[in-house]
Design a protein around this ligand. Sequence first.
Ligand code: MG
Length: 162
Amino acid sequence: MFRIGFGYDVHRLVPGRALVLGGVQIESRLGLEGHSDADVLTHAVMDALLGAMGKGDIGRHFPDTDPVFGGADSMVLLERVAGWMRDEGLRLNNLDAVVVAEAPKLSPHFPAMLENFSRVLGVAPERINLKATTTEGLGFCGRGEGMAAHAVVSLSGETGRD
Ligand code: MG
């Protein structure tokens, strides 16, 4: 069995919130607004995994109307999604993701994010690729109003199910 999943997420940037990406808190004047910690990168990764498993999206599993998920650490939610992946007999071949943000510079934080994803997803960091891009000042990301993230995963199963 071989599966591909795609995830996309957007959060608004506001003052007075922490900026958390890939489970790493990054120094920034603005942070991402949301019900959980608003980790836009981890949300895109979770949606890609859920997509590959045919299990809908994070809104279905972790609704933002549920107070349980208020201020939730998205890496903990990712751990749950990774558990479902293992329960399905699937493993992650690779993850590729890009964060769209005008600022701050994210690449210095990639090693720490890689370590988090590698630990939670149970794969070597070499299977994970993180990227960042600006939009050259264009659109909501370019104006610094928000950040977006895209993620693609491939999964395979060794159980012969399907
Ligand atoms: Mg989100």
